[in-house]
Design a protein around this ligand. Structure first.
Ligand code: SF4
Length: 167
């Protein structure tokens, strides 16, 4: 496993850049491979973290959910409400981060050993490599308004992953 994450993954990213392959496709390949390798991993709720980028929040919402996801008032204008509901239902910590670096910092502070990470292909691929050996279950976000604004996520996909890990 170490070789896969420390040699194969960076090599594929590097080769993709050299050959000028479409970045999303190269990164999506790594995300899918990671999810295949990690798919059977089990964990305890208190060691799991749901990590999502702040672009999931409706851009007009002023509530500081980066400071604390519980500051979401659950108005339903974005999927933060639904992730918070999952977090409460399964007693799993939810963190909203403004960037990859903050996400990694949060991860080291919380000492979670399993992360359900929502992000774009690029952030997921680099996060998976940087945080190894933490088990990452990667969920590619949806970007109906382009990158980094009012993004979306398939909540059922996230819940399916939680149930699989806790089974
Ligand atoms: S669901 Fe929460 S984060 Fe999203 S817009 Fe409403 S209050 Fe803001």
């Amino acid at each position: 496993m170490w070789l896969v994450y420390n040699i194969y993954f960076p090599l594929v990213l590097f080769t993709g850049k050299i050959l000028r392959l479409a970045p999303d496709e190269t990164e999506l390949h790594l995300v899918k491979l990671n999810n295949h390798l990690r798919g059977q991993g089990k964990g305890k709720a208190e060691k799991i973290l749901i990590l999502t980028p702040s672009c999931l929040q409706n851009k007009d919402c002023k509530n500081n959910i980066v400071e604390d996801a519980k500051n979401c008032l659950k108005c339903g204008k974005c999927k933060v409400k639904d992730l918070l509901a999952l977090s409460e239902k399964y007693k799993i910590k939810l963190v909203v981060a403004t960037g990859g670096r903050l996400a990694r910092q949060v991860l080291s502070e919380t000492k979670a050993d399993t992360v359900i990470a929502v992000a774009c292909e690029k952030e997921l691929a680099s996060g998976i490599i940087d945080t190894y050996p933490v088990v990452v279950h990667a969920v590619v976000n949806q970007r109906p308004f382009g990158p980094c604004v009012n993004t979306d996520v398939n909540i059922q996909e996230v819940e399916n992953i939680i149930q699989r890990i806790l089974k």
